[in-house]
Design a protein around this ligand. Sequence first.
Ligand code: UDP
Length: 403
Amino acid sequence: MIPRLALYKNIVGKEVIEKIRAAAEPLRDKHVVHVNSTSSGGGVAEILNTLVFLMNDIGIITGWRIMFGSHSFFNITKSMHNSLQGKNWRITRNREEIYLEYCERNSIVHHLDKHDLVLIHDPQPLAMINNYVKKNYWIWRCHIDLSNPNKKTMDFFLPFIKRYDALIISSKKFKMGIDTPQFVIRPSIDPLSTKNKKISHQKARRLLFKRGIDLDKPIISQISRFDPWKNYYGVIRMFKKIREKSDAQLVLLGNMASDDPQGPLTYHKIMEKVENMDDVHVLTEHNDLLVNALQKESRFVFQNSIKEGFGLTVSEALWKETPVLGTNVGGIPLQVINGKTGFIMKDEKDGVNKAIKLLEDDELRTKMGRNGHMHVKDNFLITRHLHDYINLFKRFYPPPNLK
Ligand code: UDP
């Protein structure tokens, strides 16, 4: 089903829909383009798969370009991503050249000077701005955790970043000490997508049963890309301790995005670690309905990230009334209100204790699940996200009476 704004009326109400339409009116027929590096896998693609269509639906002519690149380009950009999240890495002349060459190749074929507004997502296409004589507005939308970036990598990117007219970040913790205007816009989920729409308990259970999951045993899960930042190994360590005290099974559902070459290696390491363990299921199927079913049927969901831009998986689980046990990084504490919509773990020992509490206390889980759903409804739905974008765009294209 193609996302159209009117379809969200039953969830957010008629008034919200009308407000969004009215707000977007001055932007009618403006040309906007989003650029990122994959059409599926990971949070950015997840958001664009809805947002781009809603923007078109309200009259903003919106395109979506996906960057192409060689294997070495994506290896370098993943290392850049990792070092912007704080990992030690050296950006050599050769790596810079490969990175810049692919930014230039993409600039030649994507014609980004033909739009009123260009939205560049994350570091992969960041330097494309350098290949144009800038006549339009450019915004860099950074989705990653910039709380403690590697200085050398940041120094490489800064001259490009400073050419942008504005930056969007997911949390004020990621603000950069530069003059470029910076706006905090929280990501969001699409409540009508296959991943988040309401499905019946029976259907969800059937989907899980077909993957060999025991329907009589409580399910704990983590659903994320197979990426070292998601700290799957920590989840496995905690699960071993949880199992000593409480009966449960662990389901790890992960995917590999085409712009993330670390996926296969992380998957193999996970498989090694669970080799002799009972009650652990590792699934790699690309299936939104399965994500939906697993988030719905889990007693709680782990989000054990070491660094996290936002973590859509948290809102996805909360929307299904499933509490989340998360770490205190990036956007996770915006979603997991400690003790209300789940728990923030101080360390693994605390994680184990909180996990057992969640497994055993039905009433607490139900209460947290309800709170979580309301928290997402009030703050993290795609309609709010769309409205935030419209407000930002109007800073560049104000209605005639405000010029
Ligand atoms: N995801 C998925 N299948 C999987 C694992 C993850 O569809 O097997 C989705 C997940 O539901 C979420 C997105 O990938 O929509 C991950 O976004 P998030 O912001 O949590 O993390 P990112 O991958 O952007 O770091």
